[in-house]
Design a protein around this ligand. Sequence first.
Ligand code: DI6
Ligand code: FE
Length: 412
Amino acid sequence: MNGSTRWDTLWVNARLVTMRIGGAPYGVIEDGAVAVTGERIEFAGPRGELPSPPAQCAARVIDCEGRWITPGLIDCHTHLVFGGDRAAEFELRLNGATYEDIARAGGGIRSTVRATRAATEDELAASAARRLQTLMAQGVTTIEIKSGYGLDLANEAKMLRVARRLGEMLPVDVRTTFLGAHAVPPEYEGRQPEYVKLVCEEMIPAIAGQGLADAVDAFCEKIAFTPAETESVFAAARRHGLPVKLHAEQLSDQGGAALAARHRALSADHLEYVSDEGIAAMAEAGTVAVLLPGAFYFLRETKLPPVDKFQRAGVPIAIASDCNPGSSPALSLPLMLNMACTLFRLPPERALAGVTHHAARALGLPDRGRLEPGLRADFALWDISRPADLCYWIGGAPCHSVVKDGRERPRQ
Ligand code: DI6
Ligand code: FE
């Protein structure tokens, strides 16, 4: 190479979980190497296929001492930015109240709305940053963050600005989703159609105009918005060039999955109560099923999402934390992997696909989620013996370090 090295950095003596499809399980490469220049992967393969000895390949060579490398984890569904918490409601539920009872009595999402409206941007950023650092310490390199606790233009925009700011403060990519149609705010009590009009005609145009959202979501449910209202939110999103996703079939079957598929949604999320028609429509549209075992567990749901039917229909399954104060105060994606396996019976390889390449797809980000030349150099090193160990530990897998955009990320 005429004295000049080809790549910036080369990681050797590593075992790779490439998540490449069609080869070995997990796309495993024993005795692998990953080379990076700038923010991109240039090489991810067996050390024996390097073009020359490691020291001649890259300006810097890092010995991974046999550790496993996975793609950086992607948490594709969170409500990470919020004021306060709902630990008191957790106690109420343990004393017999249901999630729906609490919501109908003005608690639930609305209590978080009060706390979020009262908080400053700095306060919201500080509390969300602590949660985000906990997720990052366990391998997260990309996260989606929804609004939905502001429920008026100023406060929804505030939440989305905080989410964007987190991506600037910390070495992690943040994708933002506008969820104005999460709940009806108290000032619109009894005037739900007017609130939907506000979301569609004022909030979405303003949020899109300020470039604050990468997608639009809604909560289609008996205690939230009807399918017809969801349609109008999606139509407004389309008018402003934003892709959609949907909280669908979490507590009952509303036909939300099929509706989302008709709108070519990136994902439909939750899906415990999805029908066969919903699954078929998602398969046809290529809509990802995002399963949220943290919410299933925390709400003590008993109806399982139909994972085998998704698999048979060819619907990609992603797994996310749904981190939020009401239904899933979850701060570990490896814990969600364990729950996806234990509660939903997902084999570890499919669970891992759910927080890597299928999660990337749920965010419309084809540039990440696998270890492959040309993709973003986001990956995590783990002190484990085999890939399934990532799903095995309850409450945290041993993450050694994280590389984001080709650079070793300082410990958070
Ligand atoms: N479904 C959920 O699980 C979260 N939002 C939603 O639409 C819960 C949000 C909350 O309870 O604060
Ligand atoms: Fe959610």
